[in-house]
Design a protein. Structure first.
Length: 113
């Protein structure tokens, strides 16, 4: 497998050393992704906020992209980021905006039914 086969950058090294642990972690994460509530858009916006708080640019791009893919508008992404300001400060939110915009724009508009 190549690096492009992994969802997260750490997965290849984890799989190489602990393949069973990696498999269990992947299974666990897929169960979180399949939770019926909250709805998928809210789910991605919550995960986006968590990555903003962690100051994780890769996660910010990923969850902004996923949020758009399932129908979030830019103002919802931006509003979710700004909700972090009272508890975690303005700097983390401001630093997150360009990463979120990059991920959001990379997704393209969601498919219409």
């Amino acid at each position: 497998m190549s690096a492009s086969d992994w969802t997260f950058p750490f997965e290849e090294a984890l799989h190489e050393v602990f393949p069973a642990l990696h498999g269990a972690q992947s299974s666990f994460l897929s169960q979180i992704d399949s939770l019926p509530a909250p709805d998928r858009k809210t789910h991605e916006l919550i995960r986006l906020v968590c990555t903003v708080i962690l100051r994780n640019p890769t996660g910010i791009r990923r969850h902004a992209r996923l949020a758009r893919e399932i129908g979030a508008e830019w103002d919802e992404v931006l509003g979710s980021i700004m909700l972090t300001v009272p508890g975690f400060g303005l700097l983390a939110a401001v630093e997150a905006i360009p990463h979120a915009r990059e991920g959001f724009d990379a997704a393209g508009p969601p498919e219409q039914d």
